[in-house]
Ligand binder design. Structure first.
Ligand code: NDP
Length: 458
């Protein structure tokens, strides 16, 4: 269970949570992520309280090393000048160059950037690769924009971002609203400004210019490798189970594909408007055609599969979470599953939840799942396959090499097996009772704390 900050015993921890919450009182997502992580690492804090206090470890951990915010002016197809806001939060570089995606979505603000950057520190530490934590993006809405508008926006965004990144400094990648097309435009502009071919400055690149095979698939595939390991450790067989997946973007599509390869029947997927229920099992090639090729809406699925049902979102609980399945894979956005959705899912017999998205469950929902013995694969561990494979892309770029799909996929699988093992070992060491949320946080925190202490007060 996530200990609420009121139930904490460590005065040091309570003080840091209180002071950071007060200082960032308008940043609700950041405070949510901070409380989730800090509350769950209490056993380690208690063991080392004096040491950590003496170097202000937690106070430094919760403050980004750098937060950059900038203007992004661009011209739309009608000749009008539009102005958006860009961000890059370089949260913690103690383990390696800052690494984390760029999100283009109208909801983007400093709080969302900071929560994602904070989560990324721990996620990246779990991968075992030398990468620090960062995140960036813009409140630009790519929906309905022409290709040329996307290109002009990406170029203007990079005109500023290029000052702050580099293959040994900070290496952005994709996230919501930023896929292969956007990374291509961003990379092109970086190359033009810098007049050098620095392949390792961005990951998620096209295969023709330094991208890695299996990067596109990595987050979704990795999620299912983690899920398989978690169920296996609890004597549950994945094969034959049913699943529902929120979202129908990069993570959701490849989670669905791997789930099906592992013998799971995925019966529903969604977008922000509603979900499609296909009791015969989702046709993933049709979803790819609708979402990756046509950039369409999920309801279009029904035109090709008349026996499927489209359920529009019309209450606080997204329609997909009103459905019954063994495995729940939230792969859309933060806070998709609140306490009410969690209660309904438990009532409907959910066995396990795998967070493909970042922080898709509220802290109350996480506690509810754990209290009701629903196995929970926390995002910062379960969706780490994406960034881990980005690190593999960086390795290939440094070596000027390109590995086969199977080589990368095998490395990804090993990384995910290893991440689950770390979560399980911490869970067992601290007697947490199958709490892989705390297990992931503790395991990652120990590494980051040691690196920060070793490098002195900076
Ligand atoms: P995409 O942009 O490819 O897809 C996002 C999906 O989520 C779309 O189906 C979108 O629907 C839906 N969605 C977005 N915002 C909302 C919202 N406010 N409410 C409901 N649905 C929403 O993004 P990704 O698949 O790359 O990312 C999904 C999640 O996974 C994010 O939380 C991201 O941070 C996380 N993640 C991604 C990684 C990656 O490698 N891409 C790595 C690790 C984590 P619609 O089209 O209607 O907006």
């Amino acid at each position: 269970m996530i200990t609420s900050e009121r139930g904490l015993k460590s005065e040091y921890l309570k003080k840091v949570i209180e002071e950071t919450s007060a200082k960032n009182c308008y940043e609700k997502e950041f405070i949510q992520a901070l409380k989730e992580v800090l509350s769950s690492i209490e056993p380690v804090i208690i063991q080392n309280e004096e040491k950590y206090k003496s170097v202000a470890l937690l106070e430094r951990l919760v403050e980004p090393e750098r937060t950059i915010s900038f203007r992004v002016p661009w011209m739309d197809d009608n000749g009008n000048i539009q102005v958006n806001r860009g961000y890059r939060v370089q949260f913690n570089g103690s383990i390696g160059p800052y690494k984390g995606g760029l999100r283009f979505h109208p909801s983007v603000n400093q709080s969302i950037m900071k929560f994602l950057g904070f989560e990324q520190i721990f996620k990246n530490a779990l991968t075992g690769r030398p990468i620090g934590g960062g995140k960036g993006g813009s409140d630009f809405d790519p929906k309905g924009k022409s290709d040329m508008e996307i290109m002009r926006f990406c170029q203007s965004f990079m005109n500023e971002l290029q000052r702050h990144i580099g293959h040994d400094i900070d290496v952005p990648a994709g996230d919501i609203g930023v896929g292969g097309r956007e990374i291509g435009y961003l990379f092109g502009q970086y190359r033009k400004i810098k007049n050098c071919y620095e392949a390792g400055v961005l990951t998620g690149k096209g295969l023709e210019y330094g991208g890695s095979l299996a990067r596109k698939e990595a987050t979704g595939y990795g999620l299912m490798y983690f899920m398989r390991e978690m169920l296996k450790a609890n004597n549950i067989n994945l094969q034959g189970k049913t699943a529902i997946i929120s979202g129908s973007g990069n993570v959701a599509i490849y989670a669905c594909e791997k789930a099906q390869q592992l013998g799971v029947k995925v019966i529903a997927m969604s977008d922000s408007s509603g979900c499609i229920l296909d009791e015969n099992g989702i046709d993933i090639s049709l979803i790819k055609e609708i979402k990756e090729v046509r950039r369409g809406r999920i309801y279009e699925y029904k035109n090709s599969v008349p026996s499927s049902i489209y359920l529009e979102n019309n209450s606080d609980i997204p329609s997909i979470f009103t459905l019954k399945a063994d495995i729940i894979l939230p792969c859309a956005t933060q806070n998709d599953i609140d306490i009410e959705a969690a209660k309904l899912l438990v009532q409907n017999g959910a066995l396990a939840v795998g967070e493909g998205a970042n922080m898709p469950c509220t802290n109350e929902a996480v506690s509810y799942f754990l209290e009701h013995n629903v196995l929970l694969a926390p995002g910062k561990a379960a969706n780490a396959g994406g960034v881990a494979t980005s690190a593999l892309e960086m390795s290939q770029n440094s070596m000027r090499d390109a590995w086969t799909f199977d080589e990368v996929d095998k490395k990804l699988e090993n990384i995910m097996v290893n991440i689950f093992r770390q979560c399980k070992e911490a869970d067992e060491e601290y007697g947490l009772g199958n709490n892989y949320v705390a297990g992931a946080n503790i395991s990652a925190f120990k590494k980051i704390a040691n690196a920060m202490i070793a490098q002195g007060i900076i």
